[in-house]
Design a protein around this ligand. Structure first.
Ligand code: RP5
Length: 168
């Protein structure tokens, strides 16, 4: 993924991640946003390896029309907390699965924000990223009735797709 791929011209959601290696999980957030017709941009930036990039991107986010930020990182996962410290936009944290500790390190680093700077933390990995996309959509739905209608339709279709029987 290049930094400029996956970018809509007027993004409403910003997806950021600490490494390109996070994209196979974070793509789950982007796919559900795409399905719901919500423009987003996806960028790689690290709280500790590219702090200036984080500051520059977050500081321009609201003025560029971003309404909510999804931040995924793994290990000592500072990214969502640092992003949240720089903006009053809602920030959704996605803890990445890690080989050393299965993502528990990422989860605790992301969820245990000290008082004053909240991060809405999802579950670990792919499912967490998808739920992060859906949570971002719910925030956008509060600001755009057309998104709200699409999200309602999505939920109805999801419900209808769950079989009651254990066999076909
Ligand atoms: C974190 O370190 C990233 O968010 C990623 O989950 C993890 C490993 O990064 P790479 O070594 O694959 O670049 O900062």
């Amino acid at each position: 993924m290049s930094n400029d791929e996956h970018c809509a011209s007027n993004p409403r959601v910003g997806i950021v991640m600490g490494s390109r290696s996070d994209w196979p999980s974070m793509i789950n957030a982007s796919e559900v946003l795409k399905q719901l017709g919500i423009p987003y941009e996806a960028k790689v930036m690290s709280a500790h390896r590219t702090p200036a990039r984080v500051h520059a991107w977050v500081n321009s986010a609201r003025d560029r029309g971003i309404q909510v930020i999804i931040a995924g990182a793994g290990g000592a996962a500072h990214l969502a907390g640092v992003v949240a410290s720089l903006t009053s936009l809602p920030v959704i944290g996605i803890p990445m699965k890690t080989s050393a500790l299965g993502g528990l390190d990422s989860l605790l680093s992301t969820v245990q924000m000290p008082r004053g700077i909240p991060v809405a933390t999802m579950g670990i990995g792919d499912a967490g990223a998808r739920n992060g996309g859906l949570f971002a959509a719910a925030i956008c739905a509060g600001l755009d009735p057309e998104v709200a209608i699409r999200l309602e339709t999505f939920r109805k279709e999801q419900t209808a797709s769950i079989p009651e029987s254990v066999v076909d």
